[in-house]
Design a protein around this ligand. Sequence first.
Ligand SMILES: C[S@@+](CC[C@H](N)C(=O)[O-])C[C@H]1O[C@@H](n2cnc3c(N)ncnc32)[C@H](O)[C@@H]1O
Length: 227
Amino acid sequence: MLHVVGKLEAWRLLVPERSHMSTLEAHEYWEQHYGAHDRVWTGRVNARLAEAVESLQPGRALDLGCGEGADALWLADRGWRVVAVDVSHTALQRAAADALYRGLERRIDFQRRDLSDSFPEGAFDLVTAHYLHSPARLNREHVLRRAAEAVAPGGLLLIVDHGGAPPWASKLAQDHPFPTVDEVVASLDLDDNAWKRLRVESVSRSAVGPEGQTFTVTDNVILLRRR
Ligand SMILES: C[S@@+](CC[C@H](N)C(=O)[O-])C[C@H]1O[C@@H](n2cnc3c(N)ncnc32)[C@H](O)[C@@H]1O
């Protein structure tokens, strides 16, 4: 069982802890972030992943920016073989400890990488990137293009982004240029004949803020199938 120690949302991550963040290395920022708390995320699977994958036959999955591993564990529990990547050693250690505790360690290959610099080998039936936003160095466009390339024929690419910042987030977060779904799809530069759009839309969900307050927030959901 995962230990749920908080209900923090990813918005916390857009609150600056240092001023020159565009030059901050990803591992430096995210180690500091994960190291500041026993646990950062709830341990629950992301709702959009569960919706997209629940009825699928398990195969090979790649989770980009897996954090403390809730999505990777959920997939592995359903029989998927998962490669789960994150830049934070601390986050991966927590994920690996949970995998061991749940007897899922043989189904998940946790890899520490800075995705701006290196990407896992192989083809996957599902490539998922949830809230892959960062105040530190992240060549997101490049990473998401590599994500699309890694999808096997017939496989799925799932990108879920924040549509915007909630009212209680910092000014920096409010000013963050979150891309629209159309901008993200355009940036992938895909051959339309080779991909089917299953879902490209903004959807609302309920989120809990740091003081326990509930808000409606927007997810940008992009779900594509490679033909
Ligand atoms: C907002 S969190 C989302 C975590 C998880 N996907 C979730 O939905 O809870 C973004 C994650 O991406 C990871 N990350 C950010 N930049 C990265 C990079 N350049 N390479 C690999 N992982 C990165 C962070 O360490 C963090 O765990």
